[in-house]
Design a protein around this ligand. Sequence first.
Ligand code: NAP
Length: 248
Amino acid sequence: MTSKNTRVALVTGGSRGIGRATVLRLAQDGFDVAFCYQSNEEAARQLEKEAGGFGVRVLARRVDVRDMASVQSLVAETEDVLGPVDAAVTAAGITRDNALLLMKDEEWSQVLDVNLDGVYNLCRSVVFSMMKRRTGAIVNVSSVAGVYGNAGQTNYSASKAGIIGFSRALAKEVGRYGIRANVVAPGFIDTDMTSVLSDSVKEKALETIPLKRLGRADEVADLIAYLVSDRAAYVTGSVMQIDGGITV
Ligand code: NAP
């Protein structure tokens, strides 16, 4: 039986990659964890079992972060089943890379809808409850592309830069309610998202990464776990890069 002191986390895009590693890490840290995913039911069920192995409650739901009503229902169900959300992490994200000249309107809007509207939808849905309880930690996953821009990714870079502006504004808005909002900006992390890149793109990236390797999802999850923990009680409005030094 879970004690009522157990903290509750909600992670979007939890079925794979950085979101998955975050679900596992937060479960290991003793959070009851709800997560959503878009399509990969099998990965979600497997993760539900794996995270449950840490003795916490896990709730997995297929919810498209683009849809505000569905995200609101996910938050309501999480609060009903697990309790009020203490930590919200937005890891759901996609790429649809193209040069601007060749970009299709749907490539632009899909990326903005998932990456930026998805963040708005989750934060908008959890913030009132956090304000009432005068506590809460939000971590939104951006990218170094959102800080510096990346050729061939105007859509992705715009969405990730948007997350930074959004999160800093939110940190200023809700700090007085005891709510912290921070951003994690990863560089090249070894997940399905980067596995589609060509070997030559990866080799080029490796040349410019001082640590000479891609990052791991669990390394990003560690940073997220720190930011939602009390160890980061005085950290808000920050953008923490985790990129092996690629931007130095
Ligand atoms: P990934 O392995 O491709 O996983 C993406 C996750 O997002 C999956 O769980 C996927 O669910 C979910 N998702 C996608 N669209 C969704 C939607 N509309 N509604 C709900 N869930 C959705 O990606 P990743 O590499 O872990 O990336 C995680 C986050 O880190 C993203 O925001 C990404 O932009 C950011 N990031 C990644 C890197 C990198 O190098 N990997 C670098 C910088 C930033 P399904 O599996 O069910 O579709």
